[in-house]
Each structure stands twice: as C-alpha cells, then as structure tokens.
Ligand binder design. Structure first.
Ligand SMILES: C[S@@+](CC[C@H](N)C(=O)[O-])C[C@H]1O[C@@H](n2cnc3c(N)ncnc32)[C@H](O)[C@@H]1O
Length: 259
C-alpha cells in the first residue's frame, strides 16, 4: 500500500486552501470537547485551525513526509498554541496512544485508505478503544456516484489556477483505474512543473476503497458504534446520494462480549 510520502510535496498546493469542512469539525470539537483524536492528520490542514481555536489535537498519520510538512505548518501557530498539537507516525489500523478522547475525527475521506474489510474493522476497533464511553466519531467520505464508478478508467487534468497558489507553475494529470470487484480506485498523479525551463515530472500513487452508505453503517454497528446522523454535507444537509458527500456522526457504545 503506497503512503502519501510522494504526494506530500504537492499536498498543500492542491488542498491547502480546502476549507469547506473546517466549521463542521470545529463545531464538533466545541460540542464534544478536547483532546480531539485526528486520524490521517496529514499536513495539519484541519488540526491547525482547531488548535488555533484552543483545542488540543492528537494527530496520527502513517506518512513521515506529510508529518514533516505538518511540523513546518505548525510554525504558523503562536508559540503558546503549538503544544496544542501532538503528532505521531502510526497506522490507523493499529495505533496506540496513552490518552483517551471524547471525539475522534477523520477528515477528507482518509478512512477510504483502508483497502479490505479487515483493515476497515481494525481501524474502527482501534478508534473505539481510544474513545471515552459514549465518545463521538465524525468523518466524511465521498459518495461513489454511479456516473463515476460505472467507468473502468478515466483521466483528469488539474490546472494551476485551481491550486492554493495559482502561479505555482504546476499541472497535475490524474489517471484513475477502477477494480470493480474490490471497490478499489487506483489513483496515479503526475505532477508537471517547469523549473529553469526544464519540465520536471513527479509521480504519486494512492488507492481508495470506496464504501456505500449502508456498508459504512454496517461496519460502524459491527465495531460497536451507534450511527447518530448521516448528512449529505457539512451544514447538516439531508443525505440524498447526489450530494457527492457523506458525513457520518456515530457514538461509541460499550462492546458486550456476551452478545
Ligand atoms: C486525504 S489526506 C487527509 C489529510 C488531512 N486530514 C486533511 O484533511 O487535509 C489522507 C491522510 O491519511 C493518511 N493515511 C493514509 N493511510 C493511512 C494509514 N493507514 N494510517 C494513518 N494515516 C494514513 C495519509 O498519509 C494522508 O495524510
């Protein structure tokens, strides 16, 4: 399974300005409290605004390079607030922290990097283990729209004016290959940047296993969560499949081994 290491140098350029989810995760933290556990914290895109608002975030990620980028981004916080973020390199399927949490968040579909049912279940059980009784798990996934997943292969190009820095000189070509049987999308990105008149090419690869709404609900029930809400957007919109987004809020129930 590829990590985000080869992607890390471009992540903030492509997604650093994404902010549609920030109020949602901030409201969750305000309502359910700190410390917040963030799975797949990446370059700190969500953790930093939460820490800036006064929350304590424990972020895990399995990419050393994404975490290095996060350490640099942390310098944006005042020296007083930097200790609000505690990062560690760990796999979401088997992490261990000496802390329990009232809230766990998994922003920007990081859960989809679990590629088998065993991996999905291991991740949810690891989270369950770290949540306090009745702790909350909140996360968002993309909806596997039939118009998209009816295709075996497709390509896309992202031009520089869609990035956080519009004059970066970088273009991204994306190729997606779909394994229908395993619900896997193989994403291959090629980054083109012209530096000193020479065209530089870098490649990165990642894999998503998409999940459907009721598949996700079943996984949550199987691993000891009650699903409280499934929204179609970050403002609490009703889920209707066409929205492109599924936002889950679940509550930990105690696992009863005698059941
Ligand atoms: C789409 S990015 C989201 C990053 C950040 N949360 C955000 O919203 O910008 C997914 C993140 O999950 C991390 N990730 C992927 N597989 C992982 C795993 N098995 N364990 C921990 N982190 C993982 C990646 O390294 C990456 O930083």
């Amino acid at each position: 399974m590829p990590t985000y290491d080869s992607f890390a140098g471009f992540y903030d350029l492509e997604y650093g300005h994404k902010d549609d989810d920030l109020d949602f995760y901030l409201n969750m933290a305000d309502e359910f409290g700190s410390p917040v556990l963030e799975i797949g914290a990446g370059t700190g895109r969500v953790a930093i605004p939460l820490a800036d608002a006064g929350h304590t975030i424990w972020g895990i990620d399995n990419s050393a390079k994404m975490l290095e980028a996060a350490e640099i981004n942390l310098l944006r916080l005042s020296a007083q607030k930097r200790p609000n973020i505690v990062l560690s390199k760990q796999n979401m399927q088997s992490f261990s922290l000496q802390q329990d949490f009232p809230l766990c968040i998994i922003p920007f579909r990081a859960f989809l990097h679990n590629l088998t049912m065993d991996e999905q279940v291991s991740t949810l059980l690891s989270i369950h283990h770290h949540l306090r009784p009745e702790g909350i798990l909140a996360f968002d996934l993309f909806v596997p729209l039939y118009s998209v997943i009816s295709q075996k292969e497709w390509q896309d190009e992202i031009a520089e004016d869609e990035f956080a820095q519009p004059d970066s000189g970088v273009t991204i070509k994306t190729k997606v290959t779909h394994d229908y049987a395993r619900q896997l999308l193989y994403i291959s990105n090629t980054y083109f940047s012209s530096e000193k008149d020479a065209l530089q090419k870098t490649k990165s690869e990642m894999i998503y296993r998409y999940v459907f709404r009721y598949e996700m609900e079943a996984l949550l029930r199987l691993t000891g969560f009650d699903v409280m809400n499934v929204y179609g957007g970050f403002e609490g919109q009703e889920y209707d499949f066409s929205s492109g987004l599924m936002v889950f809020v679940a509550r930990k129930k105690q696992l009863n081994m005698n059941e």
